[in-house]
Write a protein that binds this ligand. Structure first.
Ligand code: AHR
Length: 494
């Protein structure tokens, strides 16, 4: 057992942890929308207006705050008018990014807004800059949010929706440095300025506009973009960072059956997001010293080789305890930067990359990553407080990184919530935690297992969080035991 110290200072308050940090992403990619979320009204799978009931319930239980759609790369080839009106009249298209399959557009604006209403989350729409027009995006916003009399609102009413919807989050393009048009930062920034100008605020609806930010560590993109936008026209810029264990796009490593070496490379690689975030914030600070433009990590997570026998364009992968540790480490990093991170969206919600849900026909399972999001949800809307952990850097046969990760927040009623993980596969940690002596009760939960443990459709609850008695409280100190490869949450009450 390795001993470490943690000091939690509830008097040292930080920013509010925006609930949107616990956001998700749903693209027309593989079986995310079709089969995973939407099965159509005639399906034998129990559904509400075509949306599968089991997935709706699981997402509601997770209290997901915001859902991004329709892409991803798909966003910059999506033409919204193809996805409205009677389904049998909707024109089809080829999904050129993802498997070359035919998209029948049966899931469009109305279905997405219905999904968000049923889950109770904010919609986040990514508009098409790469192959769309200013007018097309402008009219989409009018169609969705205007309560006036106009051709767009008449069209919406004809399609069965009388009242405008509320839409806050609008992305102007996606990865415009890549699949969204291979633009230079100057060219994109000019496009951004023009497109955003014609996306209007109708009635009470106020858009929060998000510009396409950098890929990974590309601070040159951030520099140019920040020099050409300002807080009057942008609420945030995005950042995309995927964890690829091998660092090689041609062979990323498998989602299951991996070596201990690859496990450690994954955790070390995922931790790189922290210095990358800091490097972009340093650039942003120079142009926006008052911090009026936020950072929105609207794609993050692990990206592995696809499961054998599945369509390579569908990005379907299993999800293990390794992913749970990755989720825990990233969410703690985001919480600890709650002053600047306004949103984060793990990629993607169902059946694609680091999903919280997997489906197979009528069957559904919650992945280890789902359980981490579920365990962490009490951070949403709470106030970050200082948590200082002693250094836990550990050498895993040549691969060094800190084993421990932590973040803490307090609720208005004073409840203290602490989330921790131990990435070490062999060593337990005993954390001697200094807290306010006013806390008299502690309740904990744990998610733990072997690095490769995962849920299957035959055994969907093999990995799940359970109540944990590894925390003892005495005066102003708590002993928290973290077994190898574990995620632990502790709620302290007065
Ligand atoms: O999430 C899968 C893809 O990754 C998205 O479509 C794109 O934005 C990113 O490259």
């Amino acid at each position: 057992m390795i001993k470490k110290n943690l000091s939690i200072n509830t008097a040292k308050k930080g920013a509010t942890i925006k609930k949107e940090i616990y956001g998700h992403f749903s693209e027309h990619l593989g079986r995310c929308i079709y089969g995973g979320i939407y099965v159509g009204e005639d399906s034998d799978i129990p559904n509400t207006r075509g949306l599968r009931n089991d997935v709706l319930q699981a997402l509601k239980d997770l209290a997901i705050p915001v859902l991004r759609w329709p892409g991803g790369c798909f966003a910059d080839e999506y033409h919204w008018r193809n996805g409205i009106g009677p389904k049998n009249e909707r024109v089809t298209m080829i999904n050129t990014n993802w498997g070359g399959v035919t998209e029948d557009n049966s899931f469009g604006t109305h279905e997405f807004m219905d999904l968000c209403d049923l889950i109770g989350c904010e919609p986040y729409i990514s508009g098409n800059v790469g192959s769309g027009t200013v007018r097309e995006m402008s009219e989409w916003i009018e169609y969705i949010t205007s309560g006036n009399i106009s051709p767009m609102t008449d069209l919406r009413k004809e399609n069965g929706r009388e009242e405008p919807w509320h839409l806050k989050y609008l992305g102007i393009g996606n990865e415009n440095w890549g699949c969204g048009g291979f633009m230079t930062p100057e060219y994109y920034a000019n496009q951004y300025r023009q497109f955003q100008q014609f996306c209007k605020d109708y009635g009470d609806n106020k858009l929060f506009k998000i510009a396409c930010g950098p890929n990974g560590d590309d601070t040159a993109w951030t520099e140019k973009l920040m020099s050409m936008i300002n807080p009057m026209i942008a609420g945030a810029i995005s950042l995309h960072f995927y964890t690829i264990p091998t660092g090689n796009w041609n062979d990323k490593g498998n989602a299951t059956g991996f070596s201990e070496e690859l496990y450690h490379r994954t955790i070390r690689e995922t931790r790189r997001i922290s210095p990358i975030i800091e490097s972009h914030l340093a650039v942003m600070d120079r142009y926006d010293p008052e911090h009026r433009i936020g950072l929105c990590v609207d794609e993050w997570g692990c990206w592995y080789n696809v499961e054998e026998g599945t369509n390579p364009g569908f990005l379907y992968q299993q999800n293990t305890m390794r992913d749970a540790i990755v989720a825990s480490v990233n969410l703690n990093i985001f919480n600890n930067r709650a002053d600047r991170i306004v949103m984060a969206n793990i990629a993607q919600v169902v059946n694609v990359l680091q999903s919280v849900i997997l489906t197979e026909g009528p069957k559904m399972l919650k992945t280890p990553t789902y359980h981490v999001f579920s365990m962490y949800k009490d951070h949403q809307g709470s106030t970050l407080v200082e948590s200082l952990m002693s250094d836990s850097t550990f050498d895993h046969e040549g691969i060094s990184y800190p084993d421990l990760s932590v973040s803490s927040s307090v609720k208005e009623d004073g409840t203290l919530f602490v989330t921790l993980s131990n990435a070490n596969l062999k060593e337990s940690y005993q954390i001697n935690t200094l807290i306010d002596a006013a806390y008299k009760k502690a309740e904990a939960r744990i998610l733990t297992g072997g690095m490769d443990d995962h849920n299957t459709f035959e055994n969907p609850d093999a990995v799940a969080d359970v109540a944990y008695n590894g925390v003892t409280l005495q005066g102003d100190s708590a002993e928290i035991t973290l077994p190898p490869c574990s995620v632990v949450t502790v709620t302290f009450k007065k």
